[in-house]
Design a protein. Structure first.
Length: 135
């Protein structure tokens, strides 16, 4: 495996684990704010996202380059969460309504998710080239 691929795997892993941490911090702070239904839904969403990214990051480092699955899944989850974020800022969602606030944590989370998508796509592109060269 090329050194650059190993570095991309490390970067993707660190980003996934960092994103997990960001979501856990967000869930904790959301839980401290209030206990209404909308806040509890958001807390569950943030905690679930944190729980999903944690094993995904571990899977990336253990998997190395044996399977494309963790990188595809990380990209799909990141795209879905970015889409949900944009949706929550533009459309009145049934439980939480329109969210108007954009904080530093929101921006940090979305930047790490975009980086996860970019690095995962670069790894997938490199994986396809490696498979083609091996034939």
């Amino acid at each position: 495996m090329k050194r650059s691929a190993q570095q991309f795997i490390l970067v993707a892993t660190v980003l996934a684990l960092a994103n997990s941490g960001i979501y856990f911090v967000t869930a904790y702070s959301q839980m401290q704010e209030s206990n209404d239904a909308a806040s509890l839904m958001q807390t569950m969403l943030f905690a679930t996202a944190g729980i999903v990214y944690l094993p995904l990051g571990i899977w990336m480092i253990k998997n190395r380059f044996h399977s494309r699955a963790p990188y595809v899944i990380a990209s799909i989850i990141s795209v879905a969460l970015i889409g949900l974020y944009v949706l929550s800022r533009t459309v009145s969602l049934p439980v939480v309504g329109i969210q108007g606030d954009v904080g530093v944590i929101d921006i940090a989370c979305k930047v790490t998710q975009v980086a996860i998508i970019v690095v995962s796509l670069l790894l997938l592109r490199g994986w396809n080239k490696t498979k083609i060269e091996a034939k």
